[in-house]
Design a protein around this ligand. Structure first.
Ligand code: NOJ
Ligand code: CA
Length: 697
């Protein structure tokens, strides 16, 4: 035994002598990243307060038709640096954001092939990002990725909140399990979607939330996904190591790159306080500063829409049920018999415009305004919409004039049905039409399988398309809210006209059979790490025309305007349902959509989140709290308020008998004066919540 130890020591000693290692710590010294070039193979490890959180993990690439970039490296140099800057987002959870990190850049060369690969690490107090950089130097110019080989070696069988890895959708419910249980649970977690492609029995998506047995919260994600396929994680559940798994294209390739170029950032967040995950700006900070010279036309937006009618089965997008199929340019809608179920008709749209104007909303989304909806889904039809021609009962000019006269705007809808080729053909004309009629925001959508056929929602070509659409929209001063596009990775910092994305299971699923309570208490830990979500909250009538039941309470819905941060918020229900509960609707009218400051008061993934936010440019605060399956009694202190000042608080809480199934409409509203010394004890029902408006006196 003694001998074995001696031998091991010798081995170690030799390794240390020949290996190159460099480390970089966070500004507060708590997070440390160690880079190692051990036996010519690059690896890294991450520790937090002296304890490993990512064990030594390999870095590199497997290439198609070329020697891999996995080993054979030598150090060609290293650089270190520090950065500390405070920047002001165009909109956000707070009016200024500190970007403070230490940096290590390692220059590597694979001497045998004369190819260079650099690895850059940025270490923050709440975690780190690393990315590959390929300078135009030596022999590496064009190359095709077979697989990126970044590892994240976990230190144990952690608890994870995950959705199945999929090349085409994130519209799944979260499963909480041990890492070792993923394999056994994954198949059950794959629920139906119009486009879906899972790839492995241990594949999961980012942002992935984890908790260690000793109470550390970890989060794995990526930042600044540009000209590169989206990354999934595949778990080796023997070694508890995640491996990057990129989304392939129609040829099975995982990235066509040309130097100089770089990968997106691979991020690891670590903290002992769940609230810090929610408060983190790691992903935004790892993105480039704003690239738009003029942002004065970008504005947070509260909207209603002709939408829930179709989703919940009360109306249709399509104008007629007469046509077996539609050929744009040939099908004559003037001769068609209307079905009587077309929601986007002149009278109904005017009704929503009036409701928006009377209640202080900025915009009215109208879906189903344009021809083509009769056979829009499931046919992989290339020329599905032209985004230009309204249905006979939607007078685009008159309705926009009416809306503008009433001080609101219509919000455009471009469902592409995933015929991306077709959308790109029409895009400029479609944006110009918006300009002509005074629209400044578009909700786009990518339902169904992608055309070009064989591509996936998250392959490189489509990643490039989503960003192209945002950049082109900026040329027309149009804000974009894309549904079913790739999950965000903080690009809204660089292009703040990207004001929303869906890219997760939104409220619509409450009308497609329901979503379990707890979903909105995990989304801010996962999907919202990359950017805001158009979750479309505000359902007051939980029983849908199609028989589905929304698993929530009215106060649980109110809370979402605060807990699900977004500069774009919808009040999704029908005007008549809001009028039935006008006192509760008041909160939706009052709540802000842009903030000076945000404070997370309590949080635990999938169980509860309580947030307080100060409305931008005012002294008013709004609090929201959502609870998962167990419900929650929270004790909160209002010590974030200005000392010595009095405020009028309106507390909207679940009634004592509230229940997301049987009594979702039970609520109580209490008004009282509060100060920074006030402490409140409030109960949220399972799947419910509470909301408070706190107006300065
Ligand atoms: C799916 C979107 O998520 C939903 O909001 C939209 O109404 C439909 N697609 C139709 O475009
Ligand atoms: Ca969707």
């Amino acid at each position: 035994m003694k001998r074995l130890f001696f031998f091991l020591f010798l081995l170690l000693a030799t390794a240390v002598n020949t290996a190159f290692a460099a480390e970089v710590t966070s500004p507060n010294g708590e997070v440390k990243v160690v880079f190692n070039l051990d036996n010519t193979t690059p690896t890294y490890m991450v520790s937090y307060r002296g304890k490993a959180v990512v064990k030594p993990s390999r870095l590199g690439y497997e290439l198609a038709n070329a020697e891999n970039l996995l080993d054979g490296f030598k150090l060609a140099g290293q650089e270190t640096g520090a950065f500390d800057e405070t920047w002001k987002p165009v909109w956000g959870e707070s009016s200024s954001i500190r970007n403070h990190y230490n940096e290590l850049l390692v220059h590597l060369v694979q001497e045998k092939t004369d190819r260079h690969m650099d690895i850059r690490f940025r270490v923050y107090d709440e975690g780190m990002g690393l990315r590959y950089e390929f300078p135009q130097e030596g022999k590496l110019n064009y190359f095709t990725v077979k697989e990126e080989r970044t590892e994240f070696a976990m230190t144990g069988d952690h608890t994870a909140w995950w959705i199945p890895g999929d090349y085409d959708t994130q519209e799944y419910e979260y499963t909480r399990s041990r890492l070792s249980e993923i394999r056994g649970l994954l198949q059950k977690a794959i629920t139906d979607n119009l486009s879906q492609t899972s790839f492995s029995t241990t594949g999961v998506q980012t942002s992935l939330m984890l908790k260690t047995d000793d109470g550390l919260y970890l989060n794995l994600h990526e930042a600044a996904l540009v000209d590169y396929p989206a990354m999934h994680l595949d778990l080796d559940d023997k070694s508890m190591t995640f491996r990057s798994w990129l989304t392939p294209d129609a040829q099975g390739m995982k990235g066509w790159l040309q130097t100089p170029c770089q990968s997106p950032w691979r991020t690891v967040m670590v903290t002992d306080d769940a609230r810090k995950v929610l408060a983190s700006n790691l992903i935004l900070n790892l993105n480039e500063p704003c690239k738009l010279a003029d942002t004065s036309w970008i504005h947070p937006t509260k909207y209603v829409g002709v939408w829930w009618e179709m989703i919940s089965g009360k109306g249709d997008w399509a104008y007629t049920s007469q046509f077996p199929s539609v050929k744009l340019g040939l099908t004559d809608y003037a001769k068609a018999q209307p079905s009587g179920r077309h929601s986007a008709n002149n009278a109904n749209v005017r009704r929503y415009i009036d409701f928006a104007a009377d209640n202080g909303f900025d915009q009215v989304l109208v879906e189903g305004w344009n021809i083509g909806w009769e056979d829009w889904a499931g046919n992989m039809k290339e020329k599905v919409f032209d985004f230009l021609t309204p249905y006979p009962d939607f007078d685009i000019k008159a309705l926009n004039n009416y809306a503008h006269a009433r001080g609101v705007k219509l919000m455009m809808h471009h469902e592409t049905s995933s015929s991306v080729m077709n959308y790109e053909k029409y895009m400029d004309r479609a944006y110009q039409l918006m300009k002509d009629y005074g629209y400044d925001a578009v909700k786009s959508g990518y339902v169904g399988n992608i055309i070009p056929r064989g591509e996936h929602h998250y392959s490189q070509l489509e990643i490039n398309h989503y960003l192209h659409a945002v950049k082109r929209a900026a040329d027309y001063h149009i804000m974009v809210n894309a549904h079913e596009a790739v999950r965000p990775t903080g690009l809204c910092r660089t292009y703040p006209n990207l004001i929303g994305n869906e890219s997760a299971r939104g409220t619509e699923y409450q009308a497609f059979g329901g979503t379990r309570p707890g979903h909105t208490a995990i989304l801010p830990f996962t999907r919202l790490q990359g950017g805001p979500m158009d979750y479309t909250p505000g359902i007051f009538e939980m029983d849908c025309a199609n028989g589905s039941h929304c698993n929530s309470t009215i106060c649980g819905q109110l809370a979402l305007y605060v807990t699900m941060y977004s500069p774009l918020q919808m009040a999704a229900d029908f005007p008549e349902n809001y009028m039935k509960h006008a006192d509760a609707f008041q909160f939706i009218k009052d709540v802000a959509v842009d903030w000076d400051k945000s404070v997370y008061l309590e949080a635990e993934p999938q169980e509860y989140i309580t947030a307080a936010r100060k409305a931008k440019g005012t002294d008013n605060w709004f609090v929201g709290s959502v609870a998962g399956m167990k419900g929650r009694t929270s004790a909160i202190a209002l010590d974030f308020l200005d000392k010595g000042r009095k405020y009028e608080a309106t507390i909207y809480m679940d009634g004592a008998d509230a229940d997301y199934k049987s009594r979702p409409q039970s609520y109580k509203i209490v008004k009282r004066t509060v100060t920074a010394k006030t402490k409140l004890k409030l109960r949220a029902a399972a799947g419910g919540g509470y909301a408070i408006s706190i107006m300065a006196k």
